[in-house]
Write a protein that binds this ligand. Structure first.
Ligand SMILES: NC(=O)c1ccc[n+]([C@@H]2O[C@H](COP(=O)([O-])OP(=O)(O)OC[C@H]3O[C@@H](n4cnc5c(N)ncnc54)[C@H](OP(=O)(O)O)[C@@H]3O)[C@@H](O)[C@H]2O)c1
Length: 238
């Protein structure tokens, strides 16, 4: 896809991976709808972009996916890419598990991720094409002790994405997952033991490393699809 003047929705764009992807795709000439709950952080990201509109709100609100598509169409006439990225991570041993936090993670990562995915592909079908890309994880295909619930939310996104990819193969709608290992963002700030320590990773990925990979997937010609891209810090021996 030639990205210049195409339109992307990016959820979880207020920081971390989503913000880096926003900067990269905007640098390639894409027009953006960026979303997140933190209005100040979203404004700070928007200040560094051209041709972007912001939508502040919780991605778990059932109306949010349709609102984002409507915003893209209203502001820019169409939507070509949905980067389904908003997410949280809860890890830890069973005895320290807060089931309410786990269920909140399921609502954000899986329920809202599913709503965004179905809303996007229905819209893409109606206009004859588009690309849905979801941020999965290296834990979208593997598990580790203490990470079962988080991995479950990402396995679910992988399963849905794979089935949608097959279902839509003849339609011009592309479906992909990006599967990062440890990325230097705020995602793990609340954890007692950072995954970098667990895996003895001195240099994690930068959000810009993920942004380059996302752009690589999107820039493939029409006849090429990269359904999954696993990207790890070289030191992460998972
Ligand atoms: N960092 C890693 O090591 C890593 C590895 C593999 C996969 N991932 C995945 O990458 C994605 C992005 O994570 P990140 O590392 O960039 O983390 P981050 O820096 O914490 O960013 C998370 C983003 O998600 C948004 N978000 C979270 N809950 C939301 C909600 N209820 N409603 C709307 N937006 C919400 C946040 O926005 P607000 O706070 O403004 O709402 C923020 O923009 C996640 O899906 C994560 O699972 C991360």
């Amino acid at each position: 896809m030639v990205l210049k003047d195409k339109v992307a929705i990016i959820t979880g764009a207020s920081r971390g991976i989503g913000a880096a992807v926003a900067r990269n795709l905007n640098g390639a000439g894409m027009k953006l709808v960026i979303a997140g709950r933190d209005a100040d952080a979203l404004s700070a990201v928007a200040a560094g972009l051209n041709d972007s509109v912001s939508v502040v709100g919780d991605i778990t609100a059932p109306e949010m996916p349709a609102k984002l598509i409507a915003k893209a169409v209203q502001a820019f006439g169409q939507c070509h890419v949905v980067f389904n990225n908003a997410g949280v991570m809860q890890l830890g041993p069973t005895e320290k598990t807060d089931i309410d936090k786990i269920c909140e993670m399921v609502r954000i990562n899986t329920e809202a991720g599913f709503r965004m995915a179905y809303t996007a592909v229905k819209y893409f079908r109606s206009v004859g094409g588009g690309h849905l890309m979801s941020t999965s994880s290296v834990l979208g295909t593997k598990v580790r002790p203490g990470g079962g619930a988080y991995a479950g939310t990402k396995f679910a996104i992988e399963a849905l994405s794979e089935a949608l990819r097959m279902e839509l193969a003849q339609t011009g709608v592309k479906v992909s997952c990006i599967e990062p290992g440890i990325v230097e963002t705020n995602l793990c700030d609340h954890l007692e033991v950072h995954p970098k320590k667990v895996f003895n990773v001195k240099k994690a990925l930068d959000p810009d490393d993920i942004a380059r990979s996302v752009r690589f997937i999107l820039e493939q010609p029409d006849h090429v699809l990269i359904p999954r891209l696993l990207i790890l810090p070289a030191e992460q021996g998972i």
